[in-house]
Ligand binder design. Structure first.
Ligand code: FE2
Length: 268
């Protein structure tokens, strides 16, 4: 697994001037991903900055996890009762690389995460909620390195039933593709489990398993500190995380919750 991405830009202390926005746009266009440090943790600043890249979209699921200050922000933090109800924004544990708003078409071009509080960072590697980012073309290229994998890449373009009942392909062509491996990928969280139970023999199901395995090999692990923002190309890059510990019980028997809090938003 790779361990670093480009040096972060530093957010200006005042308003985001056009020079800063231009620098972020240029980095995003060049590498498909930009990291910014010292970003203010306010809904106003986050949504205001993202508006320079498009329309910050309200989350299209239920309202669980939506930030009270702005409907475009999804607040990801461990909450025991909501986790019990199976609400993803509130759960502990890892998240395999996936896409933002994978059921939406046209595909929202950008996705952003702002680490408001990095929470517990003194756990063993892989248990600090480290962010994972995957450039899908790297994963596709790795798949093509053997003949069975090359056939699996083709199968990623066949339609399969997504959890909303609509058939779509996992991979799709990009109008401005740089080469054959430069494809768009849409993966909903939990899609592989869904396909295993609804379309176990479909060739795209085993192709998705191969893609997930390749993605795990080429993923970059990024430790986001409080105030770090990541903005990425939602067609070309997947995002996920290593495990998050939700709570611990101290020596006196009291339950302590991990204060980790991350905001995410999708730009259409
Ligand atoms: Fe996500």
């Amino acid at each position: 697994m790779a361990t670093s991405i480009s040096t972060p830009l530093i957010a200006p202390s005042g308003e985001f001037d056009s020079t800063f926005v231009t620098a972020a746009k240029s980095e995003l266009a060049n590498s498909g991903l930009v990291r910014i440090a010292h970003f203010p943790s306010t809904a106003h600043a986050f949504v205001g900055f993202l508006a320079a890249f498009g329309d910050p979209l309200p989350y299209y699921g239920d309202d669980a996890g939506t930030h009270p200050d702005h409907p475009a922000i999804w607040r990801v933090r461990y909450e025991p009762q909501a986790a019990e109800r199976g609400e993803i924004h509130a759960m502990a544990g890892p998240l395999e690389p996936h896409s933002s708003q994978s059921l939406r078409w046209p595909r929202p071009p950008f996705f952003s995460m702002l680490m408001v509080s990095s929470g517990w960072q003194d756990r063993p590697e892989g248990y600090n909620g480290e962010t994972l980012v995957v450039r899908w073309s790297d994963a596709v290229q790795l798949m093509r390195s053997d003949p069975a994998g090359a056939a699996a890449v083709r199968n990623l373009f066949t339609d399969v039933p997504f959890p909303d009942g609509i058939h779509r392909s996992i991979a799709y062509r990009l109008t401005n593709a740089a080469d054959a491996d430069d494809v768009g990928i849409r993966i909903k969280s939990g899609l592989l489990d869904h396909l295993r139970s609804t379309a176990a023999r479909h060739p795209a199901t085993s192709a998705l398993k191969r893609l997930s395995e390749a993605a795990a090999q080429v993923a970059t692990r990024v430790t986001l500190r409080s105030g770090d923002l990541l903005l990425l190309d939602n067609n070309r890059w997947g995002h996920g995380r290593e495990s998050v510990i939700g709570y611990e019980i101290d020596v006196g028997g009291a339950v302590k919750l991990n204060p980790r809090e991350l905001w995410s938003a999708t730009v259409g």
